[in-house]
Write a protein that binds this ligand. Sequence first.
Ligand SMILES: Nc1ncnc2c1ncn2[C@@H]1O[C@H](COP(=O)(O)OP(=O)(O)O)[C@@H](O)[C@H]1O
Ligand SMILES: [Mg+2]
Length: 463
Amino acid sequence: MTDPGHLVDELVTELPGWLPSQRWFAGKDRPVTAVRPLGATVLIDGDPQLLHVVVEVIQGDRQEPYQLLVGRRSHPPEIASSSWIGADGGLNFYEASGDADLTALLLDKIVAQGRVGPLVFEHEPGAELTGGLRARPITSEQSNTSLVYGGQYILKLFRKLSPGLNKDLLLHRALQTAGCEHIAEVVGSITGELAGEPTTIGMLQVYLPDAVDGWAMATTSVRDLMAESELHPEELGGDFAGEAERLGTAVAKVHADLASALGTEPVDADELDRTVKAMADRLDEVAHAVPELAEHVPALRASFDAVRELPPGSSPISMQYVHGDLHLGQVLRTVGGWLLLDFEGEPAAPVAERHALRSPLRDVAGMLRSFDYAAQQLLVGQPDDPALTERALEWARRNRAAFCEGYALGAAAPLGDPREHGELLRAFELDKAVYEVAYEHANRPDWLAVPLAAIARITHGGE
Ligand SMILES: Nc1ncnc2c1ncn2[C@@H]1O[C@H](COP(=O)(O)OP(=O)(O)O)[C@@H](O)[C@H]1O
Ligand SMILES: [Mg+2]
């Protein structure tokens, strides 16, 4: 077998310049100082050649492992120009997740089960899979790379790796064992090795070709409303409230299944203290960077402190595993109902935090903020129009309420209707909006008005 050493040396020399142009690369905030190889496995030898490579990306004092598929062949594949990385041995090499001739092997290995060097390919017990399918990468915005095989399966290759079992896979398996109907079935996985620990690098799920994502559905409904200035949301053909209610029920059922499968812990005063401190710390940090937030700081602080003052034991809400990054872009509407995707948690959060038990109200707050975003997105960058703004708010109020009503129907006791936990829910929403302020300030200044307006509204007793 060819020694991949030389190719890997060339690869790590090119990666500091190449990584920042990749959508999934999470370290765009700082320059890449160096890239160090951690492991390389030859999956296909000769011409073409396919390597699985794990590298450590060094950015000052931050070091993070990433995985890559690297292809090299004399007959060039049809791939995006951004995939080409460099040249070695007279041939160009490239990120190979878009090379269907080479990626077919990954599914076939999962079907056959077995090991190649440190990589273990497995299907879930009892899963009956079809191999021999070609893959195309999905093009929607993503923090990982997902390949769709023949419209039947979707293989997510986690880009940034953390040692151990990936939370997305852990929670999907737990939900599947609990018989949860609101996830796409997991049928296989790929495990590598990192820091001496078996580490999830890929997850294979059943692909739903006819599914529509929640963001697309919700924003279509908003567009209908804006076009029909005479009608109220409930009079529209494209009213979303029925869907919002069913989505609420689906989220509540997922929470109930996660709690029964993986357990809960009671919330004590220390926990509330820690939660409030984390919110206040984030507020300080963001207010420092974004001057527009300054006028809201006292009211935000008061809302967070109100949580600390809840009488001990008054919160019936336990801590448990939750989704961690729930919004309309992470849910799919299928003929059989709503599915939740992507249980990895907030991409920017450290792994320990993503694995921490959280209040299910955090997920509810994430979805409620997403309804506000969906309602406002057509107005971003437009001249102020109070009538349209009022219609957007009306849409958001109606769908937020429907979501909470649906949640109450599916929730296990004692959670019930999330609006019964007003102070805590409000604090989670405001904390999320503070996070959005930081994100929009750094990435999309036009959108900054969306979370700022929400903060002003919520701290003045609105929703
Ligand atoms: N089982 C599935 N069926 C159909 N589409 C899917 C499925 N799983 C994921 N997708 C699509 O792929 C996108 C990215 O998936 P996701 O799990 O959220 O990955 P990422 O971690 O990259 O955000 C989703 O937004 C959805 O459009
Ligand atoms: Mg996602």
